[in-house]
Ligand binder design. Structure first.
Ligand code: PLP
Length: 382
């Protein structure tokens, strides 16, 4: 590997991607008709163990379609974790509903189930859980709360292809699940998304809304207002090739994360998400939080690493600090999400990394931590 620069993520197009895309071009089936869309949907349903998979043009539209199909509309509230990518909250907003934020669990960084019930009101329609960085949320507890209050549960599994909870894969753990195939995700199509469910009526509604709302039996008859959120045949061809090697993609990431855990175990103050007995982590991005006394210097550590050829990325800003959402959340405190967001760094995690790349990243990371720590002590003594 070129040592001058290690990106935080990179797609690995090492299977039949080129062959299938060439097939699309040769056959001139390049838009949303053509065989690869259906083949990709079937293969993805099989990969998850779900009955239905409906493709769409990205993970954000997958969330929007799922929420619409579940009947979310104006005046409704949907509970979402504050520590997530903005698309989770935005999809709720697109429906005219209000996202209600819940803090993270200090160990898993996922939605803290013990805080959910206090946020339920008569307007609450459901809960969107996010499997953050690929670690499945605590589904049984959340589903039990949902059952008691008659709420739906959606998985935002954009970062968690192939992760498992009690032996079942993401995509089958709630009423409906949403995936992203953006270029940095575990399985990619460039841009792309998928909705999976075991409920045939829900799958039909998602498919109808994706295709302008057209009646499935009567062409150009539109009983509802839908959207054009279709996936094209070209990215579906890439996705099918990626899925043929899904075990390789997911296995390599787990190997890379294992090397990080080994190398960083002895570094004081670092924490990360651990697998529990009943959970298999998909390892989208190996993310660590720095020791508390260094968290103010997180950005400095990241820029030092960048200068030395290792790209990193910060944990997302939590939703409750972003301009569109901060007012509605101003009366609440989210101490765990704040801490993880301020001190969290994602290290390069992708299927093409070798052990010596991980060693190299860790050596640079540890050196930058030491340099910054020294400077901190000096500035405090001065
Ligand atoms: C990537 C991501 C999305 C959005 O997916 P896009 O394909 O980029 O629209 C949604 N939720 C989470 C948690 C993500 O990481």
């Amino acid at each position: 590997m070129n040592r001058r620069f290690i990106p935080v993520s990179a797609p690995m197009l090492v299977g039949n991607e080129k062959k299938y895309v060439t097939d699309c071009l040769d056959s001139s089936w390049i838009s949303s008709c053509g065989g690869y869309v259906e083949r990709f949907e079937q293969a993805f349903a099989e990969f998850c163990g779900a009955r239905h998979a409906v493709s769409c043009c990205n993970g954000t539209t997958a969330l929007h379609l799922a929420l619409l199909a579940l009947g979310v509309g104006a005046g409704d509230e949907v509970i979402v974790p504050t520590l997530t990518f903005v698309a989770t909250a935005n999809a709720v907003t697109y429906c005219g509903a209000r996202p209600v934020f819940v803090d993270a669990d200090p160990v898993t960084w996922n939605l803290d189930p013990t805080l959910v019930e206090a946020r339920i009101t008569p307007r609450t329609k459901g809960i969107v859980v996010v499997h953050l960085y690929g670690l499945p949320a605590e589904m049984d507890t959340i589903k039990e709360i949902a059952r008691r209050h008659d709420l739906f549960v959606v998985e935002d599994a954009a970062e968690a292809h192939g992760a498992e909870y009690k032996g079942r894969r993401t995509g089958t753990l709630a009423d409906v699940a949403c995936f992203s195939f953006y270029g940095n995700k575990i399985i990619t199509t460039g841009e792309g998304g998928m909705v999976t469910t075991n409920d045939p009526a829900l799958a039909r509604r998602v498919a109808q809304l994706r295709g302008q709302g057209m009646d499935s039996e009567r062409r150009y008859w539109f009983p509802v207002v839908g959207y054009n959120y279709r996936m094209m045949n070209l990215p579906a061809a890439v996705g099918l090739a990626q899925l043929e090697r899904a075990d390789w993609h997911t296995g390599r990431r787990r190997e890379v994360a294992g090397w990080y855990e080994e190398r960083l175990a002895a570094v004081a103050g670092l924490t990360w998400q651990h697998e529990t007995q009943h959970v298999r982590h998909a390892r989208w991005l190996f993310t660590v939080t720095l020791a508390e006394e260094l968290s103010a210097a997180r950005d400095e550590v990241m820029s030092l690493m960048g200068e030395r050829g290792v790209e990193t990325r910060p944990v997302f800003y939590p939703m409750h600090v972003l301009p569109p959402y901060r007012e509605s959340a101003s009366h609440e405190a989210f101490p765990v999400a704040d801490r993880v967001a301020q001190s969290g760094v994602s290290l390069p995690t992708w299927a093409g990394l070798e052990r010596d790349d991980v060693d190299h990243v860790c050596a640079i990371f540890v050196r930058c931590l030491e340099e910054v720590a020294e400077r901190y002590v000096e500035s405090m003594e001065a």
